[in-house]
Design a protein around this ligand. Structure first.
Ligand code: GLC
Length: 568
């Protein structure tokens, strides 16, 4: 980093800025710890097996004790759950099985009362096939203004009986669905998720209305689903699937991925965000090459973008260091702060990824029921704790996924009959999909669904989930929950500025960097202990007692510590 490196800076943790100046309140997101809740699997208040908003409200004390700055709620809108709620029937309502708008307001009030901000998920690439505008489009017939809000095309062949192109959808199978009158509609994801036509002014206006609707209800920010795919060039002739991704399809020239025009849409959104004080924030889920990410994160656009590079990296010192350096440089370029993600609702949990040999084919491993290869869960736990402690020491914001604070591993043994992810059906039973990271949380070691609710959970919890229950971990100072709480509290105290200074003179397998204010994070990815530099150890991802920390001179393998130092 070329930044100057002040010895001391003013602490600007999110909770502090809630109560300080307007200028600081507008930048709360830059160094926030944001906790992702998958609402249907968090807490079930009425025993119907599905998590709900009142359930989350009852668990706000857990979030407050954890010490997060914000909560991001995955979709809670009315939905047939063809894709876990990312198939939205109505963007401005709550699924009646999950709650009501009043209960949403109660949840926001409870979170705000604890200084926790609220981020909601916006799914603008597609609606569900039950959205009013889509059912209107089907009823209105070919060539109608109603169909113009979505992407309808005539099929090929005399009666339009063949799809317009051979494009395939993300979840497998064709990306076009026939509607029986010669028209087909585009769905980049499941057939229940028709893509919007973003060239249509009513679509644009309606999303502005949605952003204002939630902003008016006190929402602080938005997570933007599939942010890179809204703008599409569907002029004829349409390319074949092979040509869509041909090597000469340059940056910004793909027919629907990461086109430059998408940023014009987000400039319009920024104007809406800026109608509010403090301005609403956004983070883009944009699966684009790293060098294209800055545009999503620009202050004129969404302001921040997910960086999934660590989520894709092995627990390896060189990979972590390179990824961190690259992303800090990219964030600097856009003016945003960086984001760090190790787990979310779409990927195998990191406690399990790190328990498997590097390069393991994760879909194949899931298909084996989690047995081939056999995971080393002890190692996975150690490395997951070390990686999380490292990430929490970085400048920028960290996104945590519900259950990772319990060290939950992936549930790989779900029966085919229990699977909900559309990937399973659409791949004809060759890929299990993402349900294994969406199994409802264990709050207690006993009960119908381990404290999740009074009845069986919508995705069955394995018996071993009881070992990971919140109630058990609360009693154990060496638990992963205790580590997360300590780490978040220490971060709140130590985190200042956004600079980072690498230590280069370190043993192989070690990543060490210093932060403003005189604290250092050091991770030993290797198996053997290495000497620790001078300083007071204030956090260890291992299971050291306070007495052990006070006399620690060696950093054990697969462990991170934070040290307070006065010199580099
Ligand atoms: C995003 C979501 C994922 C969803 C997809 C389609 O990638 O994270 O869960 O299936 O978009 O909306």
């Amino acid at each position: 980093m070329t930044d100057t490196f002040p010895a001391e800076e003013v602490v600007t943790s999110a909770l502090d800025v809630v109560r300080t100046t307007d200028a600081e309140a507008a930048t709360w997101w830059r160094q926030a710890v944001v906790y992702q809740i998958y609402p249907r699997s968090f807490a079930d208040s009425n025993g119907d097996g599905l998590g709900d908003l009142p359930g989350i409200t009852t668990r706000v004390p857990h979030l407050a004790a954890l010490g997060v700055d914000a909560v991001w709620l995955s979709p809670f809108y009315p939905s047939a759950l063809a894709d876990g709620g990312y198939d939205v029937d109505d963007y401005r309502d709550v699924d009646p099985r999950i709650g009501t708008l009043e209960q949403f307001d109660d949840l926001v009030a409870a979170l705000h009362a604890h200084g926790i901000r609220v981020v909601v998920d916006i799914v603008p690439n597609h609606s569900s096939n039950r959205h009013r505008w889509f059912t209107d489009a089907l009823a209105a017939g070919p060539g109608s203004p109603e169909r113009a809000r979505y992407v309808f095309r005539r099929g090929q062949g005399p009666d339009g009986e063949l799809p317009p192109t051979d494009w395939t959808a993300m979840f497998g199978g064709p990306a076009w669905e026939p509607v029986g009158d010669g028209d087909w509609y585009l769905h980049l994801f499941a057939p229940e998720q028709p893509d919007w036509n973003w060239d249509h002014p009513e679509v644009r206006e309606d999303f502005h209305t949605t952003l204002r609707f939630w902003s008016d209800r006190g929402v602080d920010g938005f997570r933007i689903d599939v942010a890179h795919a809204l703008a599409k060039d569907l002029s004829e002739p349409l390319p074949s699937q092979a040509d869509l991704r041909a090597p000469d399809v340059l940056d910004g020239m793909h027919r629907f991925e990461d086109r430059d025009e998408v940023h014009e849409i987000y400039r319009g959104w920024r104007a809406v965000f800026d109608e509010y004080d403090p301005p609403r924030t956004a983070v883009a889920e944009a699966w684009v090459p790293a060098h294209r990410r800055a545009r999503y994160a620009s202050p004129e656009g969404l302001g921040q973008a997910f960086n999934f590079d660590l989520l894709l990296a092995d627990p390896d010192a060189a990979q972590f260091r390179r990824t961190i350096e690259d992303n800090l440089a990219l964030a600097h370029e856009s003016g945003a702060s960086s984001t760090w993600v190790l787990s979310n609702h779409d990927v195998v949990r990191h406690a399990t990824r790190y328990a498997l040999p590097a390069g393991t084919d994760l879909p194949a491993w899931l298909m084996s029921g989690g047995t081939d290869p056999a995971p080393d869960l002890e190692r996975g736990r150690r490395l997951a704790r070390a990686a999380t402690a490292l990430v929490l020491a970085l400048p920028g914001s960290t996104y945590l996924y519900q259950g990772e604070e319990l060290g939950l591993p992936e549930v790989a043994e779900l029966d085919a009959a229990d699977l909900q992810d559309p990937t399973w059906q659409r791949s004809q039973g060759t890929e299990k999909g993402r349900d294994g990271c969406r199994v409802p949380l264990p709050w207690t070691a006993h009960g119908a669904s381990l404290g999740f609710g009074d009845g069986p959970a919508h995705l069955p919890q394995p018996a071993w989930f009881a070992e990971y229950a919140v109630s058990r971990q609360e009693e154990d100072p060496t638990s992963t929950l205790a580590l997360y709480r300590r780490a978040l509290a220490a971060r709140r105290r130590l985190q200042t500025g956004e600079q980072l200074e690498w230590a280069d003179d370190v043993p192989a397998g070690v990543v060490r960097f210093r932060r403003p204010g005189g604290w250092t994070s050091m991770t030993n990815f290797g198996p053997a202990a290495v000497p620790l530099p001078a300083g007071r150890v204030v956090l260890s991802s291992g299971t050291h007692t306070d007495d052990e920390l006070a006399t620690l001179t060696q950093l054990p393998g697969e462990t991170t510590v934070w040290l307070e130092t006065t010199t580099a």
